[in-house]
Ligand binder design. Structure first.
Ligand code: FPP
Length: 236
């Protein structure tokens, strides 16, 4: 049973294993991503039902552009399909939809659909569902450094006085607390350029389950593991 007293405020998920799942089932990769999307919907619902405040999922990294054209455009289409079919339901469930990443560099129709989704859900007060899309943590850190450098150059900030919180305020996640729990599926145990700064004190739970098979029950198991951990944040 999930201990509702010891739930993470923010869960971040590396949804890994769609390709292997597809192969195992004799299908192409996009079929795996489609099944991954279904699994994601169930985890959004479970998070919202449990009263988790923030859920961030890694859907498309800056490195994913290296994949085949068909796979990249297939993932963009899945995102569009998801927004077309699910935005009303997200809104009815009081969910705020956000993206972290350089989304403005995506095709125009994707940018329009995303902007519309942010606008529609921005005043909701339930779960904040954050999709990392065209996201890379190192690029995000460089962007924050460039912003601060520009401000130091034009005299609106003093270089020696820059603090960690000044830095945080210039990341995509400026209005999002650090993740308490990072889950990665498919047996891989890496961060892969996801929330490098933000995950400094996160708990990690790794599961061998491939993302399309990641069920609300498996999610609950990860939350139980988190609930049983003692967090010290570098103290004793
Ligand atoms: C990793 O699996 C998964 C991705 C790169 C894409 C994740 C996308 C989804 C879950 C669906 C789309 C979601 C949205 C919001 C549009 P992999 O292909 O790297 O798996 P493998 O390591 O087994 O090959």
């Amino acid at each position: 049973m999930v201990n509702e007293e010891r739930l993470p405020r923010h869960v971040a998920v590396v949804m890994d294993g769609n390709g292997r799942w597809a192969k195992k089932n004799g299908k192409n990769k996009l079929f795996g991503h489609e099944a991954g999307l279904k699994a994601m919907k169930a985890i959004v619902k479970r998070s919202s039902d449990l009263g988790i405040q923030y859920l961030t999922v890694y859907a498309f990294s800056t490195e994913n552009w290296k994949r085949s054209k068909a796979e990249v455009s297939g993932i963009f289409h899945l995102l569009l399909k998801y927004l077309n079919l699910e935005l009303d339901e997200l809104h009815e469930n009081n969910i705020v939809f956000k993206v972290i990443g350089d989304y403005k560099a995506l095709p125009k129709n994707v940018v329009r659909a995303l902007d519309h989704s942010f606008e529609k859900t921005k005043n909701n007060t339930g779960l904040q569902f954050i999709v990392a899309f065209n996201y890379g943590s190192r690029a995000e850190i460089v962007m924050a450094a460039q912003r601060l450098a520009r401000e130091a150059e034009n005299g609106t900030i003093e270089a020696d006085a820059i603090t960690e919180s000044d830095f945080c305020e210039r990341l995509y996640t400026s209005d999002i607390p650090d993740p308490d729990l990072v889950i990665r599926t498919s047996g891989e145990e890496r961060l892969s350029n996801f929330l490098l700064w933000q995950a400094a004190y996160s708990e990690f739970v790794f599961t061998d389950v491939l993302w399309p098979d990641f069920s609300p029950e498996e999610y609950d198991r990860c939350l139980e593991i988190y609930g049983s951990r003692e967090r010290r944040f570098g103290g004793r």
